[in-house]
Design a protein around this ligand. Structure first.
Ligand code: SAH
Ligand code: SF4
Ligand code: F3S
Length: 466
């Protein structure tokens, strides 16, 4: 399906807005997929004659692209809504909320009851209909709720305004079929559906032409790309479709780095391992969410692998892909997690030596099986475990950082450092931030730097002479 139908509404709103110098603010509250959706929302808004501002007090349109993966996301939204109410009263600003939270009935009810001034509510399957919804609100001055429970189709051709001109995200599949017992994502994003390889390749080629150097392929379960289509005999082929896609993207001239998130350990095939090894542009850092190191907890999380299988996969990757390093996601305090279960998590962390560990305190999500489990872990135990895990992870990250000192690293230069005008900043292939003194012509290029010192969250580098 494409965007043709919406194009007429883009045209109509554009004409209504012409010459009015209207502004919009967008709040993006979720993951990289959510950010990529926001880039599309911005693309549509800019075509409708709105320009972006970070100052909500001068906004004519304010949109919240929400997340509901953990509880704090909700608190953030409700806090901000109080603030925009005053602006709406003064200025008549149109307020919209979209994204994952809008697929949760109890949240939509709460917003309608407690924040009735919100004009547009739309969900993850109706994102492309923003022009139509906005047009209706402008013309009829009524409130709109445009939320679908059924899975939306993949929509190609939505205008996009990207946040960056060096690195770009490309969503390759939507939804998730895994139903990990703690996770809300499958309920709010629907079932897995993949974009056609030809559409993805065309988008990446276009990005390469525009000068982008780094591509991140996105999906909730990125390495099950095309798996459902294969099961339904809609796609056939010898090798893993994700491996094939990596090899295709690797051939595109101009692109220098390829990343992908998030793969699921249970779907990590040998084909993909070989593709990572063979494709020189695929960064040799793999994000491999662990969630828990305890086989017992993993079973109750419905992750479909054991501690031993995870460790064996890591060993296989390390043996077959020279120089590979890993990062991970871990949840502490899943219902019923005992001290012994938690020690298994610490054990995996100490064995794997992750480059980066994203740690989360388990958060109860309405409608998920884990929310109904007995033995919810008390908050103080969760926090105590979180702190212990953090200490171990940080000591390992510090140890890993040491290994960079006195090495030469290829760094993709992203721009000026935010904290120091005289410094440039970039990232190694393994995603470490490197700050260094350089010249503006280096921005957007990969330069060789000697790492001279390490600090917890960044490295310091020097340009090599000659
Ligand atoms: N599809 C990806 C990421 C999903 S959300 C994956 O499977 O890895 C990103 C991370 O949020 C997850 O990896 C998990 O660590 C965390 N997360 C998801 N649900 C959570 C919950 N209810 N409480 C705490 N953390 C959660
Ligand atoms: Fe959530 Fe699991 Fe799907 Fe990731 S794989 S989005 S954690 S259900
Ligand atoms: Fe959040 Fe939705 Fe992403 S719930 S993590 S924004 S898919």
């Amino acid at each position: 399906m494409n965007i043709e139908n919406q194009k007429q509404f883009i045209e109509k709103v554009k004409n209504i807005n012409a010459g009015k110098n209207l502004k919009y603010t967008i709040f993006t509250m979720g993951c990289q997929l959510n950010e990529n959706d926001s880039e599309k929302l911005c693309g549509m808004l800019e075509e409708m004659n709105y320009t972006k501002t970070d100052d909500i007090s001068e906004s004519d349109f304010i949109i919240f692209n929400t997340c509901c993966v953990r509880e704090n996301a909700e608190d953030k939204l409700f806090g901000k809504l109080g603030e925009v109410k005053k602006i709406k009263e003064q200025k008549g600003t149109i307020i919209a909320i979209c994204g994952c939270m809008m697929q949760e009935k109890h949240i939509v009810e709460k917003i309608k009851k407690s924040y009735p001034f919100v004009d547009i509510l739309f969900g993850t399957h109706t994102m492309h209909k923003l022009p139509e919804d906005l047009y209706t609100v402008i013309c009829n001055k009524n409130k709109i709720q445009d939320i679908l429970d059924i899975d939306g189709e993949i929509i190609e051709g939505i205008p996009i305004k990207r946040n960056d001109n060096i690195k770009a995200s490309v969503t390759i599949m939507n939804g998730c079929n895994n139903f990990c017992s703690y996770c809300i994502v499958p309920y709010v994003r629907g079932r897995e559906r993949s974009r056609k390889a030809e559409d993805i390749i065309a988008e990446v080629k276009c990005l390469a032409k525009e000068g982008y150097k780094e591509i991140t392929l996105l999906g909730q379960n990125v390495n099950s790309y095309m798996r459902v289509e294969r099961e339904q005999n809609l796609a056939t082929g010898e090798i893993d479709f994700f491996a094939k896609l990596l090899r295709e993207v690797n051939k595109i001239d101009g692109i220098e780095r390829i990343r992908f998130i998030s793969p699921h350990p249970k779907d990590f095939t040998d084909d993909v391992i070989e593709a990572i090894r063979d494709c020189e542009k695929v960064c040799k850092i793999i994000h491999l969410p662990l969630q828990s190191g305890s086989t017992e907890i993993l079973k109750r999380m419905n992750r479909k692998y054991t501690k031993e299988q995870y460790l064996a996969l890591v060993e296989k990757m390390k043996a077959r892909i020279p120089g590979i390093v890993l990062s991970t996601d871990i949840i502490v305090g899943f219902p019923g997690e005992t001290e012994k279960n938690f020690e298994d998590t610490l054990d995996v962390v100490s064995k794997v030596h992750f480059e980066q560990v994203y740690m989360f305190i388990y958060s109860r999500r309405v409608g998920t099986p884990a929310d109904k489990m007995e033995n919810q872990v008390p908050d103080e135990v969760k926090h105590e475990r979180f702190d212990r895990l953090k200490k171990l992870a940080e000591s390992q990250i510090a140890g890993n950082n040491q290994k960079y000192v006195n090495t030469i690293q290829k760094v993709l230069v992203e721009g000026k450092s935010k904290t120091n005008e005289n410094m440039l900043t970039g990232r190694t292939e393994t995603n470490k931030v490197v700050n260094f003194e350089g010249t503006d012509d280096m921005i957007g290029k990969i330069v060789n730097l000697k790492i001279v010192s390490e600090h917890m969250w960044y490295l310091k580098g020097e340009v090599l002479n000659g």
